[in-house]
Design a protein around this ligand. Structure first.
Ligand SMILES: [Cu+2]
Length: 433
């Protein structure tokens, strides 16, 4: 089907959910990929804190010159892969969205060069970092904008620790929406030991199906939701050991939405925000952490159960992809007559959504070029009908085992299964079908 036809269908079927997915077979879920960021965090300094892993991302290389750590961020446009089938031109840093995670120690003197390879000016604001006013990066207020082709230098000493972010403070609406942001981690001098430490930037994008650029003017109806710039199944799962101490740092520079991040199979405490550490007396157990726009949340937990555990934004539209949301609800409707009439006009017409949307991701249907509507991924029990801001936390008894990155092997008798009539009768369950 051509894109024009698809659009016709979308328009014609005012009542029907046109939910489609790629004509080619679903790619192997990245949830089973071999490049799981599992490497146990290496020490940044002997006996010191641990290195942060940014799944699907990178860490900014820093050179030591005298007593100063020197880094270089390049603001630029490049092609980015969101999910299988969806390649879009975005703006970011050093070829990445998010840009590389900046990772330092409290007390470090930092000199950061910023080169502007965009066609408009930019600046960098170090979100949450306490520094001299002239280093804060607000264009017009603290500095002149960095012109295209120009390189600016920022220099400051880190007097605090925590999880922060960086982003432009010139034409924020466009530049952040197009992908310019990154995480900024400062380890305390007396680091609290953990076994794993992950950084995840949440984001939302409006990318009309078949187009090559995100729409920075969008205020609602964001249709591509990402962890570190990737939508499931392109999100790299995270591998940890049962009983290990795990830290996750979430950032949110989405244009408009907060993200309640939910992890299955465990509970956690929020140990810090970008404002500082949460005192132990104020910490409590949670299963979902709301990460508001313009803030970070750091959580810590010790997973009590091995398995492949879902981790996702709990806004249900944030685990969907480029489907149309402006549609009439069809659940439970009998559309037989309408379908017959529509087929006279459009032979390929089909109504969707009358039994819910769960089957849509798996359907082999043509879609417009360069789009990933409602993409999901293959799981060990069938199709995982979620896309967007969804990933998998792989908890293993032995995370170094050779098969640790494959699907979890459930011990016999520990999976839900179809009930037998005998079982139901024995337990007094009545169901006349
Ligand atoms: Cu969300």
């Amino acid at each position: 089907m051509h894109r024009r036809k698809f659009l016709q269908l979308t328009g014609a079927a005012a009542s029907a959910a046109i939910l489609t997915r790629h004509a080619d077979a679903a790619p192997a879920a990245a949830a089973n990929a071999t490049d799981t960021p599992s490497a146990k965090s290496a020490a940044v300094t002997p006996g010191g804190p641990l290195a942060v892993v940014t799944p699907n991302g990178s860490t900014l290389p820093l050179r030591t010159v005298g007593n100063v750590k020197v880094g270089h961020l390049v603001a630029e446009e490049f092609e980015h892969d969101f999910a299988p089938g969806l390649k879009v031109r975005v703006w970011g840093y050093n070829g990445g969205t998010p840009g590389p995670t900046i990772e330092c120690m409290e007390g470090d003197r930092l000199r950061l060069y910023v080169t502007n390879r965009l066609r408009e000016p930019t600046t960098v604001h170090w979100h949450g970092i306490i520094l001299a006013n002239g280093m804060d990066g607000v264009s017009g207020l603290n500095q002149p904008p960095i012109a295209p082709g120009q390189t600016f230098v920022y220099e400051f000493t880190l007097r605090q620790h925590g999880t922060f972010m960086y982003h432009p403070h010139f034409d924020e609406m466009t530049q952040i929406a197009l992908g310019m942001h990154g995480m900024f981690v400062v380890h305390p001098k007396q680091a609290k030991k953990v076994d794993r430490d992950f950084a995840l930037m949440t984001h939302e994008w409006k990318i009309a199906a078949g187009t090559k650029r995100p729409d920075p003017n969008a205020m609602s109806d964001f249709n591509v939701l990402t962890f570190n710039g990737k939508a499931f199944p392109a999100t790299q799962p995270m591998l940890v050991g049962k009983g290990e101490r795990v830290r996750m740092r979430f950032g949110n520079l989405s244009p408009m939405d907060h993200h309640p991040i939910h992890i299955h199979g465990l509970n956690f405490a929020v140990t810090a925000t970008d404002g500082g550490d949460t005192p132990a007396s104020a910490q409590h157990a949670e299963t979902t952490v709301l990460v508001p726009v313009g803030s970070t949340r750091t959580i810590e937990f010790t997973p009590p159960e091995s398995g492949d555990w879902a981790m996702h934004c709990h806004m249900t539209h944030h685990v969907m992809m480029q489907m149309g949301h402006g549609i009439v609800p069809m659940v439970g409707a009998d559309m037989t007559k309408l379908e017959q009439r529509m087929e006279r006009l459009l032979p390929e017409y089909m109504t969707m959504g009358t039994t819910g949307m769960g089957g849509m991701g798996e359907m082999i249907m043509p879609i417009p070029e360069n789009s990933a509507p409602m993409r999901g991924g293959n799981g060990p029990f069938g199709y995982i009908d979620m896309g967007g801001m969804f990933t998998v936390l792989k908890v293993r008894d032995d995370p170094s085992a050779p098969d640790a990155q494959g699907w979890y092997k459930h011990p016999p008798g520990t999976t839900a299964s179809a009930a037998t009539p005998e079982q139901m009768q024995k337990d007094g369950i009545r169901f006349d079908s």
